[in-house]
Design a protein around this ligand. Structure first.
Ligand SMILES: [Zn+2]
Length: 177
């Protein structure tokens, strides 16, 4: 871990908060090279109707536009949560030099949790990875978001049941198939 990693990860956490404010799963990312922020992004597949609009992809597109080049050699991508297969693939295509992530993603993380995609031998580019930067804060942002969402779902359910007591059993008593 480098001294500046925490500084940039905190900025990525601010971007994650932006995603949460828009009702998107809170992940933030930024691309940095030579102390300069080239691109930034937050997760926004819902608002853009785009399955590829993960924070990392949005940040890569932003940086590539700024640089006028889809390749970003020497750049570091900071992301609050361990990236998925699509995003690791995109970062390798973009020739990102280093990926720094916050908390691991046990369900779909493609660097340490489910796969070690960066170590696959079919790539013609090697990317360095560093995990666990601001790990607790990064994990907490996700936990808080999903906890809030569960509470909202519960509140909506009990509202529905209050206004229509019959609906209480409707989930279980579906039509016979
Ligand atoms: Zn992704």
């Amino acid at each position: 871990m480098l001294a500046e990693d925490e500084v940039y990860m905190r900025l990525a956490l601010d971007l994650a908060a932006q995603a949460a404010a828009e009702g998107e799963v809170p992940v933030g990312a930024l691309v940095v090279r030579d102390g300069q922020i080239l691109g930034q992004g937050w997760n926004r597949p819902i608002s853009t109707c785009d399955a590829t609009a993960h924070a990392e992809i949005v940040a890569l597109r932003d940086a590539s536009r700024v640089c006028g080049n889809y390749r970003l050699p020497g750049a570091t991508l900071y992301v609050t949560i361990e990236p998925c297969t699509m995003c690791v693939g995109a970062m390798i295509h973009a020739r990102i030099e280093r990926i720094v992530f916050g908390a691991p993603e046990p369900k779909a993380g493609a660097l340490v949790s489910r796969l070690n995609l960066a170590a696959a031998d079919h790539w013609n580019h090697r990317v360095q990875t560093t995990g666990g930067v601001c790990m607790e804060e990064a994990a907490e942002v996700m936990q808080r978001f999903f906890q809030l969402r569960r509470e909202q779902a519960r509140a909506e359910r009990s509202d529905r049941e209050r206004s229509d007591p019959e609906s209480r059993n409707s989930d279980k008593a579906g039509p016979d198939k």
